[in-house]
Design a protein around this ligand. Structure first.
Ligand SMILES: [Zn+2]
Length: 288
């Protein structure tokens, strides 16, 4: 087991204080706790997105439309089906994350963005919100209003969600692990990292999201081939499913990217109304 460093203990302390409500007395601690939650929740969404690619590949699932859209829909559907305040908060953070990354990295889309495998970041945000209000219009009307989805679209999102719900239940239901049958063998590895990324890597591990998604895969899906979950330094802020190694890879740089996005200060405003920050963006870092 890797030795737990000072920064990890610091991250754990921040999380503990947040849970205890102590953060309300200290704005810095509150902000740190919010940044960690935002980064962990966006990482959680991305991990379910990568699991969707894994399931499409390993279970040979049919996909009508863009696989990247289907992977986002799967991640949203998985979190909605948990039906917990934490999962709902994760979806709100993920939608906010896509809005913010669109502003930060993809301010002026060109044709390469329109023909890309991924939809525009801002579209990905609205799709999450649409499925939320489509699954439960009373519970999620506030966030749909916050994102200014008009009444007609809020109503029609019901059909979007119903179609995805029916499709995923049909595709995955028959292949789901049931009655305590062993589902999927998943080995989780956190690779050591030093330097600037260590704090983000420790915070990612402490958040528990990697282990949470791995456990979901073990208990809910039957994949015959063992699956590797690897968290490591990649050289870019991203996450991947590698079909050759049957591996879900999470890059510590992506956790750092989410922390930076939050630290930029723009995450604290109402996302849809955010002003565009000054300065040039960089190429989209949309997870694969
Ligand atoms: Zn993808």
């Amino acid at each position: 087991m890797r030795a737990w460093g000072t920064s990890f203990l610091l991250a754990l302390l921040v999380l503990t204080l947040a849970v205890g409500g102590v953060e309300a007395k200290d704005p810095n601690k509150k902000r740190n706790a919010e940044a960690l939650r935002f980064a962990a929740n966006n990482s959680l969404f991305v991990l379910y997105h990568e699991v969707a690619h894994l399931l499409v590949d390993q279970l040979q699932l049919p996909v009508l439309g863009k696989e990247e859209d289907a992977a986002d829909n799967f991640a949203t559907w998985m979190l909605l089906n948990k039906g917990t305040p934490e999962a709902n908060r994760a979806l709100a953070d993920a939608a906010n994350g896509w809005v913010l990354s669109g502003i930060a990295y993809n301010r002026e889309p060109d044709d390469s963005d329109y023909y890309a495998a991924h939809s525009l970041d801002r579209q990905r945000a609205f799709q999450i919100v649409c499925l939320m209000v489509g699954s439960d219009d009373r519970a999620f009307k506030p966030i749909a209003n916050e994102y200014a989805l008009d009444r007609d679209r809020q109503d029609s999102c019901h059909w979007d969600y119903a179609l995805i719900d029916r499709s995923l239940k049909g595709l995955i239901g028959a292949r789901a692990a049931k009655n305590n049958k062993v589902g999927t063998e998943v080995e989780v590895t956190y690779h050591d990292v030093s330097g600037r990324l260590k704090s983000a890597a420790d915070a990612f591990r402490a958040s528990g999201v990697f282990d949470q998604v791995a456990q979901d895969l073990r208990s809910k899906f039957i994949i015959k081939t063992p699956v590797a979950f690897s968290a490591k330094r990649c050289g870019e802020a991203n996450a991947f499913y590698d079909a050759d190694t049957v591996e879900v890879i999470f890059c510590y740089e992506l956790m750092q990217d989410y922390l930076d996005l939050h630290a930029s200060g723009i995450a604290n405003s109402a996302a849809p109304a955010l002003p565009r920050p000054a300065g040039s963006g960089r190429a989209s870092s949309a997870p694969s």
